[in-house]
Design a protein around this ligand. Structure first.
Ligand SMILES: [Zn+2]
Length: 222
């Protein structure tokens, strides 16, 4: 199956590898270039544009805003996010988003950014917010990437989210890094859990999330 967001390839049939990643992409993998919000001080717009122009299939990610590491979002982090949205919009590339503890701000920033209108689709990686944003996410042609918390028996709110999101908006991710690759559940394990939570078959679940990965890449609307 497709791992819709990771930083290290682990032997799935396909990986959407997001910067920063370790190792080389494999056959069939898709690569996303961009500066993670934690690293915003190292952003180089010319370098990003050059790499995207040299790699016409590549998307942009992971980019966004973050409140895990500090309460206030630094101005520089906002500027780097806006600049990367503008490049993705200009080149018409799909975008992988990070929005830990500030998804509302991330969505607001995209909607307010005229240059982002050229972006065909978004992947909301690590999304766990319970309420309020789904309509805006769908209007942006956003896909929600569900991860290892599906397999955590105590993550009741997350399971509720997994039941409520329309199936045609769900993809699955490990968010694996070189350090966590050995312990993260496989994408098939996530699909089994998602199928149980929604009371549908594994084959229906697996084919739906695979199709959604294609839609995210191509920008097709479900
Ligand atoms: Zn990640």
């Amino acid at each position: 199956m497709t791992d819709a967001h990771c930083h290290f390839r682990r032997g799935e049939s396909r990986h959407f590898l997001c910067e920063p990643f370790d190792g080389e992409p494999g056959e069939g993998d898709e690569v996303f270039y961009g500066t993670h919000p934690w690293n915003f001080e190292s952003f180089d717009a010319d370098r990003l544009r050059r790499r995207l122009q040299a790699s016409p299939r590549s998307g942009v990610g992971e980019i966004g805003l973050d409140r895990l590491r500090q309460r206030e979002i630094p101005t520089g982090m906002r500027e780097v996010f806006a600049a990367q949205l503008a490049i993705a919009g200009e080149l018409g590339r799909p975008v992988v988003l990070h929005g830990a503890k500030c998804w509302g701000e991330v969505v607001k920033t995209i909607i307010a950014n005229a240059a982002a209108r050229g972006i065909p689709s978004f992947l909301f990686h690590g999304f766990s917010r319970a309420d309020g944003l789904l309509e805006d996410i769908i209007a942006l042609n956003g896909f929600i990437s569900l991860g290892p918390a599906l397999c955590n028996d105590h993550a009741h709110n997350y399971h509720e989210l997994a039941r409520r999101i329309p199936l045609e908006r769900i993809v699955l991710e490990s968010d694996a890094t070189v350090h966590s690759a050995g312990t993260a559940p496989s994408i098939e394990q996530l699909a089994i859990r998602l199928a149980e939570l929604r009371g549908i078959s594994l084959s229906l679940t697996a084919s739906a999330v695979e199709r959604n990965c294609e839609r995210f890449l191509s920008g097709e609307q479900p």
